[in-house]
Design a binder for this molecule. Structure first.
Ligand code: ATP
Ligand code: MG
Length: 199
């Protein structure tokens, strides 16, 4: 028993030395590009968690939501009314069952102009581009243009992009990528979206 306790203490000391060394090496600051993708739940809600964290420090945040269907959500009701948040719902006219591709492309591009405004504003600590990946996957926005605008943003500005099936070119320029798995979702058991959890 005493041996075990001593072994455990030594193992923990070695682990602490490794962790401390890794932390000491990560000593740079940089505006990060984060991609939250995959089929599991937790992409947008994680992005809004980072909005809350940033606001906690008194930073300014820009949020662009690229799907019109994301209205009347708890995050918009709360975060969208905070004085340090600029909240924009874009993609008016964008629909899943695309009837008018030309109109959708024009609408996506108008939306991207708003995002470009965020990406040129050095007073914004964090920019969230929620559900952006769909516009890239449908070819409504040019991925090269989007990547160029992201790369040209202020050096200390953080950007979080959410949406399923993030394209390779975005993953290539990102600093942090999380691919959230769909292990189980209540919706498939017939449970509708719950306030405060899903919307
Ligand atoms: P959240 O906003 O809850 O973090 P998300 O951004 O990861 O979710 P989206 O694809 O944007 O996922 O979908 C948003 C809505 O769809 C939420 O109400 C969420 O609970 C629901 N949802 C997310 N993933 C799934 C899934 N795999 N099956 C069914 N519904 C899902
Ligand atoms: Mg989402």
């Amino acid at each position: 028993m005493a041996d075990n306790a001593e072994q455990h203490q030594q193992r923990m000391a070695r682990k602490k030395a490794v962790v401390d060394a890794a932390i000491a090496q990560a000593n740079q600051d940089k505006g990060l590009l984060l991609i939250l993708t995959g089929n599991g739940k937790g992409k947008s809600s994680s992005a809004f968690g980072m909005v809350a964290r940033s606001l906690g420090y008194g930073f300014k945040v820009g949020v662009a939501q690229f799907l019109k269907s994301r209205r009347d959500t708890g995050e918009e009701k709360f975060l969208g009314t905070q004085p340090n948040v600029q909240w924009q719902v874009l993609g008016d006219g964008f629909t899943w069952d695309t009837q008018n591709r030309e109109a959708d492309i024009a609408s996506a591009q108008r939306g991207w102009q708003v995002a470009q405004g965020f990406l040129r504003d050095p007073t914004l600590h964090l920019v969230v581009l929620d559900e952006l990946t769909y516009l890239l996957n449908y070819g409504y926005l040019d991925a090269q243009q989007v990547c160029a605008d992201l790369s040209a943003r202020p050096a200390m500005q953080h950007v979080v992009i959410t949406g399923r099936a993030a394209p390779e070119c975005l993953l290539a320029i990102a600093d942090t990528v999380s691919d959230i798995q769909d292990v189980k979702h209540a919706f498939r058991a017939g449970i509708q979206a719950q306030q405060g959890i899903d919307q």
